[in-house]
Design a protein around this ligand. Structure first.
Ligand code: SAM
Length: 282
């Protein structure tokens, strides 16, 4: 029997998704995890009833959080993913042959375990790649002790700032993460849908402005993160954001990537912000 699942994320507004078949529904040590089949999006993973990823539209999110910073950087060897338990982010990072080592810090072993079993199309073998080092730990604890690491790119693929993900939106966490970056490093964050969660973006931008020479966000529209485009925080002391289109096209051609969303033109255009988003940046 199918069941409609209501996502309780925003005050006064909700999206509902039909679970045509529930493949898994149980509490992990940290959160309620469900995997279900939906006619439009394929398999969907929710944590505490909030959509984390879907088979159908995850490519937009994962491509934009990986190829944008990695191609803007131009020579990223060491990448850290905080969160990312479904493996989709690692999948896209590992497509870059320049990347020699990926450290993925996920708090919930249950997410990894069940994603491998019920959502193998998300990770596509990423967990077996010898370049991936999976650390089961709180990302905030990891970054507190990560001084001396030299990550070229840090990707914060967190849940929303409720429950275990809350610490990943604090100034202290961002400050510790910055200490773990190599010179020229880039940090990107998932910052929710600004039309619905404007405070989330404002908070991260305020913290980034205090930490980085270049602090902004870029956008992409992901159907199941409903309510308008999603914002990704961008922080770096480098000038990587102003890489020319010509240079990006060259790097992209060399990468051999065949993405379904990312293109160098989309990369550049994603940093064009509508007025209501600009106003959320202090
Ligand atoms: N993009 C999704 C969204 O916002 O809907 C989130 C993707 S999901 C892979 C986020 C992951 O972050 C989950 O697997 C969750 O367990 C993990 N996570 C939450 N809090 C964390 C923390 N403090 N440290 C490390 N991982 C955390």
């Amino acid at each position: 029997m199918s069941e409609w699942i209501r996502e309780p994320l925003h005050d006064g507004w909700a999206q509902t998704l039909r679970a045509d078949e529930t493949l898994f529904d149980s509490a992990t040590e940290h959160q309620r995890l469900r995997v279900f089949e939906n006619a439009r999006f394929g398999r969907i993973l929710t944590l505490d009833d909030v959509v984390q990823t879907t088979e159908g539209d995850n490519f937009i999110y994962h491509e934009m959080m990986t190829h944008v910073p990695i191609l803007a950087h131009g020579a990223a060897k060491r990448v850290c993913i905080v969160g990312g338990g479904d493996g989709g982010m690692a999948r896209e990072v590992l497509r870059h042959s320049s990347v020699e080592q990926v450290t993925m810090v996920e708090i919930d072993a249950g997410v990894v375990e069940f994603s491998k079993r019920y959502l193998p199309m998300l990770s596509q073998g990423a967990f077996e790649d010898p370049r991936l080092d999976l650390v089961i730990a709180d990302g905030a604890d990891f970054m507190r002790n990560a001084e001396g690491e030299e990550f070229d790119v840090i990707i914060i693929d967190s849940t929303d700032p409720i429950g275990p993900g809350e610490v990943l939106f604090t100034d202290t966490f961002y400050g510790h993460a910055k200490r773990a970056m190599a010179a020229g490093g880039i940090m990107v964050t998932q910052n929710g849908v600004p039309f619905m969660q404007g405070d989330e973006l404002t908070g991260t931008m305020r913290a980034f402005q205090a930490l980085f020479d270049d602090a902004t966000c870029y956008l992409a529209t992901i159907p199941t993160y409903a309510g308008g485009p999603m914002a990704f925080g961008w922080g770096t002391d480098s000038t990587a954001r102003s890489v020319s289109l010509c240079e990006l096209q060259e790097r992209f051609a060399k990468s051999g990537l065949e993405p379904d969303y990312y293109t160098p033109d989309v990369h550049q255009a994603a940093f064009a912000l509508p007025g209501y988003v600009q106003k959320l940046i202090p």
